[in-house]
Write a protein of this length. Structure first.
Length: 574
């Protein structure tokens, strides 16, 4: 990062902004708790690459963009990864006399002198951008893939079953597990699956919601890997017949990650799934979640109500917990008492009293909820409504002056209402306590580096017509001013997809975003619930209230070049 003093001089010298105006921006940035550099880029006053190209002129060094550059392994490892990460620099080329270093601080002479002594080569310094450097540093971890093979080929023999603890401490086993975990963190994986097969062991990562195989390991490493993970998660090493659950943490300078471990016995050995929870991840704002302006306004209005229920629904892994935490972050002020009961606690929140269920000792969602009501809470978050008892207590809490936030497993917002009735909750209670229902899915975003536009062909349009109500979708696009004329037909519209590039591992996607439908329980909707109306009648009323469905929201995002039609179909097909 450039210092404010350097930034001011660079902007002035390159005629981007006079010093007086910079001071004003710098104060504004401080007010929002942001650096002046990030604030200027965010406000689109300059781009990162343009700023650093001008900075290179200021420092009198050449500029280099490493984004698509593959660095040879021997050149890369001239500078060890801890030094590269700590000092924000990387070696990208070398010959027998010179070593070329891309850095963010070209005035850090001490470290350049250290590299000169270590390599016996003369450092030639280039300036690069933070994004470009971060992309290049990932190559250390890409080359770890080759390390797997070397490690797995090492002699891993720890004797029989009695030597499991010794086997877990075997150096190659320790390094394989460390590499698996570290590689997953840098890949941005949400889950690691270690799956024993008859002749080998598969390691798979879930990245952006999709599972992909990253490594096939020989069968002989399986007992060691399983024992090592059990020791990390404080589980019984010699228990192979029963499922086990545990957790552990990895703390490093650049990340702090919790791993939730689940082990189950299968025919070919024990299958391990680890969920990664990044504890340094910032809580998002409602705007960042990807809500449309009308849905956003409805949610904000309902978050100000002192009591009632806010329900978030969707299948497993659809981002419900993230939405709940985002809402809690808005509600989390010193004037209120917030309590949560979760299974498990996924993220720690300051000033929130978080409690984890433990069914083994009878501490269930229902038991925790009962106890909470004696603790004078204003806001209660229930991780999930799974049964009639929990539903009834949550609804009674919402009736008696508490704001209750919870999740439910239903396919859309409207079917949540009959689902609560199926659980045995009286219709009048559902009608009088529910404020708002948010249904959601997560879709992958198109990679911005390889995005391209296209028009739908006749076959695709015919398939879409069979599966969707295209007239309603086009009407929604027209109402939201995404298109001018709905009558022109979907075949006339431009959509987008990713071609596939190095940045997105040729998938065409990078990152994820939510698609939503937000159903407000108005008086008209309450009357229908009291009459025990059918889901079709409830849906009709939702349309009258101008509720945007998940698919309509998806198509708006597809038309705006955020995601693809294929993604919308993948996550919404039932």
């Amino acid at each position: 990062m450039l210092s404010n003093q350097q930034l001011k001089k660079i902007l002035e010298k390159s005629d981007i902004m006079p010093a007086a105006e910079f001071e004003k921006f710098s104060q504004e940035a401080a007010k929002y708790g942001k650096t002046a550099e990030n604030y200027l880029i965010e406000k689109k006053i300059t781009s990162q690459s343009s700023l650093y190209e001008n900075a290179a002129g200021y420092f009198k060094v050449p500029f280099i963009d490493l984004k698509d550059q593959i660095i040879r392994k021997d050149v890369l490892f001239n500078v060890p990864e801890p030094i590269a990460s700590t000092h924000q620099l990387i070696s990208f080329a070398a010959d027998d006399k010179e070593i070329k270093i891309a850095a963010l601080d070209p005035e850090n002479m001490e470290i350049f002198e250290f590299i000169r002594k270590k390599t016996n080569l003369k450092p030639v310094i280039y300036l690069t951008t933070p994004d470009s450097l971060n992309q290049a540093i990932k190559q250390y971890h890409k080359s770890l893939k080759a390390e797997f093979k070397d490690l797995a080929d090492e002699n891993i023999n720890g004797g029989g079953e009695t030597d499991l603890k010794k086997l877990a401490a075997n150096l190659p086993v320790v390094r394989i597990v460390e590499t698996l975990l570290e590689y997953a963190i840098f890949e941005g994986a949400s889950d690691i699956h270690i799956e024993p097969e008859e002749k080998d062991v598969l390691a798979r990562y879930r990245v952006d919601g999709i599972l992909k195989t990253v490594m096939t390991l020989p069968k002989n490493v399986q007992p060691g890997i399983t024992a090592r993970i059990k020791i990390l998660a404080n589980l019984k090493v010699d228990e192979h017949r029963l499922p086990q659950d545990g957790r552990f943490k990895i703390n490093a300078k650049e990340y702090k990650v919790s791993f939730r471990v689940s082990i189950i016995p299968t025919f070919d050995g024990e299958k391990i799934v680890m969920r990664l929870l990044n504890e340094k991840a910032q809580v998002l704002t409602l705007e960042q979640l990807g809500l449309q302006p009308s849905a956003l306004a409805t949610i904000k209005k309902n978050l100000t109500k002192p009591h009632g229920m806010i329900l978030v629904t969707g299948p497993t892994g659809s981002g419900k917990t993230t939405t709940l935490y985002t809402a809690m972050n808005i509600l989390n002020t010193p004037e209120v008492n917030i309590v949560t009961i979760e299974d498990p606690i996924e993220y720690r929140m300051p000033r929130v009293n978080q409690s984890q269920v433990n069914p083994k000792i009878g501490y269930t969602f229902a038991a925790g909820l009962r106890a909470f009501l004696r603790q004078d809470p204003n806001i209660i978050m229930v991780g999930e409504i799974r049964d009639q008892e929990t539903a009834e207590i949550a609804i009674h809490a919402a009736m008696t002056g508490h704001l209750v936030l919870s999740t439910l497993h239903t396919n859309d917002a409207v079917t949540t209402l009959p689902r609560l009735s199926d659980m045995g909750v009286p219709a009048f209670l559902v009608a009088s306590t529910t404020n708002i229902i948010i249904a959601q899915r997560l879709v992958r975003k198109i990679c911005p580096n390889c995005i391209q536009s296209y028009k739908l062909d006749k076959t695709t349009v015919a398939e879409l017509k069979q599966q969707l109500d295209l007239e309603n979708i086009m009407r929604a696009l027209e109402e939201k001013k995404i298109i001018i004329n709905a009558k022109q037909g979907i075949e006339a519209l431009l959509f987008y997809r990713g071609k596939g590039c190095k940045q997105c591992s040729n998938s065409g996607y990078k990152g994820r975003l939510g698609i939503y439908e937000v159903l407000e329980i108005t008086e008209a909707m309450s009357e229908l619930i009291l009459k025990k109306a059918s889901p079709a009648e409830l849906k009709e009323q939702a349309e009258k209230q101008n509720m945007l469905t998940i698919i309509e929201d998806g198509f708006i995002k597809a038309k705006n070049g955020i995601t693809t039609i294929e993604e919308i179909m993948r996550v919404t097909k039932e």
